[in-house]
Design a binder for this molecule. Sequence first.
Ligand code: HEM
Ligand SMILES: *[C@@H]1O[C@H](CO)[C@@H](O)[C@H](O)[C@H]1NC(C)=O
Length: 330
Amino acid sequence: MAKFLLIFLLLAILSLAGADGVLSPYYYLESCPLAEEIVRHTVEGALYQDPRIAAGLLRLHFHDCFVLGCDASVLLDDADGIVSEKNAVPNKNSLRGFEVIDFIKALLEEACPLTVSCADILAIAARDAVHLRGGPTWDVYLGRKDSLKAASISTTNQMIPAPNSSLEMLISNFKDHGLDIVDLVSLSGSHTIGRSRCVSFKDRIYGLPLNEEYDERRSIFFHILRSICPESGGDDKVVPLDSRTSRRFDNLYYINLLRGEGLLHSDNALASEEDAEESVLSLVWAYAEDQELFFQHYTESIIKMGNINVLTGIEGEVRHNCRFVNSYYH
Ligand code: HEM
Ligand SMILES: *[C@@H]1O[C@H](CO)[C@@H](O)[C@H](O)[C@H]1NC(C)=O
């Protein structure tokens, strides 16, 4: 009897800690019980100073997971043998929040040295950013290890979908990452917060003559965008991705799409009739009508995204400094 109990306890502990290759919400329960609280407090403090940091942190997790998997490769700086992904087209002059991650990592190295991975910090910070902006919350599955390398610039350019992608290209890019149409439409709802530089959508607002190709409402929207983003220059000026409630994580992004007021070509592609991918448009309608449904699908999809090609066990390492692999210091 005692023997059975012991085996049972052992199994329970093993499953709590997460077996190799499987993440678990309890991964740091013993090794760093305050980990999530430390991340949460730091994100909260950072948002207090700059609310847009929420968007920056969420996007970092996405750009991490879509390039080689959720392994913190996005955080590596240029160093011997490493060409930073930060210099790739979708990232350069665009990704934000690196200093917040550095700060969290420094606190965690004080509390529990070499224990909490940078990839896990990105996943927890993304969850907290969404929740603190009024979005849903969820249990983050943990136990990712950090990569020993970065992807090449060309791989990075290729893996992250471009803002001028057609619906077909978006669907196939997501499929390459093991994500389906529900994931594409719900995760695009991340654009309910944050901003885009003019350079990311300028083709669109200067591509076609106003009033001819667009209905009246859209032409007003384009006029406003043109007034902020000049035809030449001003590439780094920024415009909210959700023109109605850019600081709130809500479902107004989808309502904007149905009015033709998504900012990026890739946003509008989800709701444009020319593309007419029936199931995509019906999801946009469903989320526009039911925020709870959006939150529920979003939660499932971002957990799925957080599982892409994770390194576990003895694959990878826990970095001491998120910007460099540990061997850099030897
Ligand atoms: C569906 C394909 C997607 C495309 C083509 C895309 C593209 C873009 C572009 C071009 C920007 C503006 C960047 C700039 O001009 O500096 C942006 C911003 C943003 N993206 Fe996406 N994105 C996509 C999906 C996602 C996903 C899946 C997430 C999160 C899970 C996400 C989160 C964000 C956030 C939060 C911002 C605002 C960042 C800030 O204010 O600093 N995006 N995206
Ligand atoms: C998107 O823009 C890039 C850079 O301007 C261009 O090379 C590419 O052909 C465009 N793709 C589509 C689908 O329009």
